[in-house]
Design a protein around this ligand. Structure first.
Ligand SMILES: Nc1ncnc2c1ncn2[C@@H]1O[C@H](COP(=O)(O)OP(=O)(O)OP(=O)(O)O)[C@@H](O)[C@H]1O
Ligand SMILES: [Mg+2]
Length: 236
């Protein structure tokens, strides 16, 4: 089982959309569990989870329920643990087990765990990063996003020095001069951890959000889905 965190302290870079569609693509061949760590609960809403589900990630973190019991099947091979809007108030005490230990109980059941993080470092994210094998920092080719990467990587490595940190560039618009500039910067600085494939800016994302479906269910096959599948092949 590989645990993948989709993370960045910068908001709106596309974390939730990437987490969801990456999970859907992985679930074509593998068994996947998604976990919503964000109090905004965007991943939970994106997944169209029937809201009658009562247990959520906070119950898991407080050891009230097992990962297995909290996981709700969305379809064949794809499960989710629902988010909680108060997760930012979560504090771990010494009595409770780490998320890492809790997840190890389902290591035979799931091939991948995809965790969607909020744009801030809350204690639940710290737990998640500690349990993570691969952290994907989703960024954009622009100055503020670029400047934030170094701090983000430092935070992650401080929590888990064995983690494999990768950078994924999203919302790439080649018609903008600044895009080329920041792509060049990123390639120069992070060549060894950057995904070779980036994700273009595309109306496929807002359209799929609006229709509440994953990219692969759109009536056309968007280029960004081909790009995302290449990213997926770099991690499987
Ligand atoms: N490649 C893309 N092209 C165009 N729009 C995109 C792309 N990726 C994401 N978006 C849009 O950007 C917005 C933010 O996306 P998303 O919610 O996935 O970001 P996020 O990083 O999870 O945000 P937050 O930090 O609030 O959790 C959404 O409206 C989404 O449709
Ligand atoms: Mg999000």
């Amino acid at each position: 089982m590989k645990v993948i965190s989709i993370s960045n302290r910068k908001g709106g870079t596309g974390k939730t959309n990437i987490a969801y569609n990456l999970a859907v693509e992985l679930s074509q061949k593998h068994s996947v569990l998604m976990i919503d760590m964000d109090p905004q609960m965007d991943l939970t809403y994106t997944s169209n989870l029937i809201m009658t589900t009562t247990v959520d990630i906070l119950d898991v973190l407080y050891n009230q329920v097992t990962v297995e019991k909290a996981a709700v099947a969305l379809k064949n091979n794809l499960d989710i643990i629902k988010g909680n809007e108060n997760i930012n108030q979560y504090e771990k005490d010494d009595e409770t087990d780490d998320l890492k230990a809790l997840l190890s109980e389902v290591k035979e059941r799931f091939d991948y765990v995809i965790i969607d993080h909020p744009p801030t470092m809350i204690e639940a994210s710290v737990q998640a990063i500690f349990a993570t094998n691969i952290a994907i920092i989703v960024t954009q080719p622009e100055r503020l996003a670029y400047k934030n990467i170094e701090a983000m990587m430092k935070d992650i490595k401080l929590i888990n020095e064995n983690i494999d940190v990768r950078i994924l560039i999203n919302k790439v618009d080649m018609r903008r001069n600044l895009t080329t500039k920041y792509l060049r910067h990123l390639q120069a600085e992070y060549s060894n951890i950057l995904f070779t494939e980036y994700i273009s800016i595309s109306s496929a994302f807002p359209t799929s959000n609006d229709k509440r479906i994953p990219l692969r269910k759109l009536s056309w096959w968007p280029k960004v889905l081909t790009q995302l599948r290449k990213v997926m092949k770099e991690i499987v």
